[in-house]
Design a protein around this ligand. Sequence first.
Ligand code: NAD
Ligand code: UFG
Length: 339
Amino acid sequence: MKKILVTGGMGYIGSHTCVQMIEAGFTPIILDNLANSKPEVLLRIARLSGHKPMFYEGDVRDRRLLDQIFSEHQIESVIHFAGLKAVGESVLKPFEYYDNNVYGSLVLADVMRQSGVKSLIFSSSATVYGEPETMPIDESFTTGAVTNPYGRSKYMVEECLRDIQQAAPDLSIALLRYFNPVGAHPSGLIGEDPQGIPNNLMPFIAQVAVGRRESLSIFGDDYLTADGTGVRDYIHVMDLADGHIATLKAVAQTAGLHIFNLGTGKGSSVLEMVKAFEEACGHPIPYQICPRRGGDISECWAATDKAAQLLGWKASRSIEQMSADTWHWQSKNPNGYEQ
Ligand code: NAD
Ligand code: UFG
């Protein structure tokens, strides 16, 4: 069985990826400090997949623990999800973001080097592209025009890994640039469980739909888009999880720097997302139009040809499916993992 270390495997994207990995015959070993996730996730992964992954509760910056994991297991690849991800919080706590995201990635890369593990898949973000003038965004677009410490931390890690791979050409390093992951496992057993007020659109809509919040604030209706609201490339988290399996199979054992967008290639507006969710939950979502949110771009969607050609992977789930699965998860677990 191919053992894959999954840092941040208890989180939103990591948990869905672990389930799909087990299905595909890989053995995930999870390292997570539970900074943004709950122990219950492990039981849900086990229930869904029939296998309870080995779990190390600890920090990716803990060199000794990483040493221990690499000496206890023959690890074939590492998928590195662990990190902090709230844009607004990163402006207030830049040190924590650079420490977790940049320093954490460097410690991991260093211990991998010492342990002879040569394959790393890194969770990057479309945010590294800033706001390009043309759409769709392909992987050759310039990166680095980031506007906040979170985005800068992702860009910095990409640049560090690029240099590290250049100096050690036998390494396989994949930089996966996610667009906007939403949705949940169709079982409704695992999903996104943000702590406090959700920063992102889909979990906010879901909490309004289930009655936890009164109404959605739509940040701006004066963008140069068809209906004036912001446009994003929402990708179902199950498609995203499958994108990691495709990466493991297609390039994780091939030396090189492999850069891929993981998106659907289709942009949807805030109002289109609200409409799709209303259909899924069967009642209206109250909303009001508010001023634009600082730092937001107007629109963004991915070019998907490179992933299709080289990974043999394409996202297939619609925004209706994303909304239906989010609603299933949210209505079954109105308070997330905390019942
Ligand atoms: P998440 O917060 O749900 O998962 C991250 C997990 O990492 C959590 O379980 C958390 O407890 C753990 N973690 C954080 N710091 C850690 C540390 N120092 N040591 C060990 N574990 C630690 O987030 P997610 O949405 O699943 O995102 C996963 C990755 O994908 C992140 O790196 C994120 O930046 C990136 N990403 C996410 C999005 C998105 O919109 N969700 C978009 C682009 C990129
Ligand atoms: N929006 C609202 N109301 C809300 C939340 C969001 O109108 O309560 C709007 C935003 O203005 C934007 C769209 O919904 O037009 C999507 O916003 P999200 O916050 O869900 O997503 P972003 O595209 O702003 O950011 C996400 C991740 C970042 C990542 C970025 C690019 O949160 O971490 O995608 O990958 F950097």
